[in-house]
Design a protein around this ligand. Structure first.
Ligand code: NAD
Length: 478
């Protein structure tokens, strides 16, 4: 059978040791791979390449479309871009799949029955990296949630559940507060869930959902969530399962995929033959499944499970009374190799099946009618009270656009605000026509000019649209 080309990066810190261990195991198991080594990480950053990835590495990734990556050290300070975030976004790796499984009684965990897979949206949310300082006091980070992005990751979660004989998909959102952004994620989840009547589905508000996940992870199966919640909670679940050193992850796109450990480069452990290569090995097993080498994936995974059962453990999971032998990275790899062909006797044996490429593509929703309903004008202003600001701005009118409400940090302060409300130098002033009246984009520009002429510092404006009559902006309460 043909060898499959893959790009491999050895990374920084413990990266080279755990990559060597992983590749030695894959080779011994008969993985049919053609390895192209690419350079990424610290050394590349030091050469002044702010993405941390050599141009030759990009070329290799785009050609092989499969990337096995050891962790890298991200230099401190601004000016460096996160290589992970750049790779995920540039290659459209929209789903980050992170299984967290208990190996009790062989690896100590408070949750012996947990077997949960976090499917994290990987490109959007606050990780769009669009941040601004707008006033002396106020900084902003834009949270972007899109319908195509939500659709892709949620559909992936259901397809993953179906392909892996899982029973339930849970969705975590905070749409009681972020009604439009997280609200969209929730809505798309409900729409897509209908296409999978064989799979149970449920939605949790992320705070209580996270508490339940940490307390009784055995009640969850596949959990899909926007980027930030998924980032945080997949580390939590990995740690709950025994060690961050155990979990692997797959970053999946329609064209390319990247496989790695969830942990970082652990510089303090580097060069001492101490690190646990299991996280990266699990990433590599997911890679083998992805490229259709399910026989090798099952063989490696079962040998690894047997090694766990036999108590051959690296320092991070070694426990007196449970473990039998404390080994280093290289010895651990040899222990797995010597068990290739064996299966575990207590832990569940793994048998990967080939899955067809299942992404259906994005279902484009019918375009809704978009109508301009008004504008939020944001000001940097520190010269007085909300009432003084309201009195000034009431005089500014363009056609039928007039000031309706002012908020500070989202809280209504005019008309009739409370004197107790703390105000920063960042004001949102909402201008709208009378209900039923229409306005044009140029009215917004004219309004902005008038506000500037009246002596105010306009930071930005945000148009208020409705879609098929439904407001596409948050209401002001209070
Ligand atoms: P880390 O995950 O590297 O290490 C935290 C601690 O976890 C270590 O001190 C060690 O005790 C333990 N640990 C992690 N991996 C282990 C393993 N394989 N075996 C045994 N013990 C292990 O997190 P950190 O210290 O916050 O970050 C170190 C560097 O890694 C930073 O530069 C960070 O930016 C980078 N990082 C990279 C990635 C990536 O490349 N995917 C991910 C996270 C962090």
């Amino acid at each position: 059978m043909k060898n499959i080309p893959i790009s491999v990066a050895y990374g920084d810190g413990i990266g080279p040791e755990i990559m060597n261990a992983t590749l030695t195991i894959l080779e011994a198991a008969g993985a049919r791979l053609e390895i192209e080594v690419v350079e990424i990480g610290e050394k590349v950053y030091e050469r002044g390449i702010d993405t941390g990835m050599d141009p030759k590495a990009w070329e290799s990734l785009r050609r092989t479309k499969v990337f096995l990556k050891a962790p890298i050290t991200t230099p401190q300070g601004s000016g460096y871009k996160s290589l992970n975030v750049t790779t995920r976004k540039a290659l459209n790796l929209y789903a980050n799949v992170r299984p967290a499984i208990s190996y009790s009684p062989f690896v100590q965990t408070k949750h012996p029955a947990m077997n949960v897979v976090i499917v994290r949206e990987n490109e959007e949310d606050l990780y769009a990296g669009i941040e601004h300082r707008q006033t002396n006091q106020v900084y902003q980070c834009l949270k972007l949630i899109t319908r195509p992005g939500s659709e892709r990751v949620i559909r992936y979660a259901f397809e993953y559940a179906r392909a892996n004989q899982r029973k339930k998909v849970s969705c975590f959102v905070k749409d009681n507060i972020m009604k439009l952004t997280d609200g969209l994620f929730h809505k798309v989840f409900d729409e897509i869930a209908k296409e999978y009547p064989d799979i149970e589905h449920e939605t949790w508000i992320v705070d209580i959902g996270a508490a339940k996940l940490a307390d009784t992870p055995e009640n969850f199966d596949v959990v899909v969530m926007p980027n930030l919640y998924g980032d945080v909670l997949s580390d939590v679940t990995a740690q709950l399962s025994g060690s961050v050193g155990l979990a692997g992850s797959a970053n999946i796109g329609d064209e390319c995929a990247m496989f790695e450990a969830i942990h970082g480069s652990a510089p303090r452990r580097a060069g001492q033959n101490l690190a646990n290569p299991s996280g990266l090995l699990h990433g590599a097993v997911m890679m083998l499944v992805h490229i259709g080498q399910v026989d090798v994936a099952s063989k490696v995974h079962n040998a690894w499970l047997k090694t766990m059962e036999d108590g051959v453990h690296t320092y991070d999971i070694y426990r007196e009374g449970i473990s039998k032998e404390k080994v280093g990275t290289k010895e651990f790899a040899q222990a797995v190799i010597s068990r290739l062909g064996m299966v575990p006797s207590v832990l569940a044996k793994v048998s990967y099946q080939e899955t067809s490429s299942f992404m259906k593509g994005i279902q484009s929703k019918q375009e809704e009618e978009k109508r301009l309903e008004g504008v939020d004008v944001f000001l940097d202003w520190k010269s007085g009270t909300p009432d003084q600001l309201g009195n000034h701005l009431q005089k500014v009118k363009i056609n039928n656009l007039a000031l309706r409400v002012i908020t500070n940090r989202g809280i209504k302060v005019w008309p009739s605000g409370l004197p107790e409300t703390f105000c920063t130098d960042h004001w949102r002033c909402r201008f709208q026509p009378q209900p039923g009246d229409t306005i044009k984009n140029l009215d917004v520009v004219e309004l902005q000019k008038e506000v500037i002429r009246a002596g105010f510092d306009v930071i930005k404006t945000e148009n208020l649209y409705s879609f098929d009559g439904v407001p596409g902006f948050s209401a002001v309460h209070g």
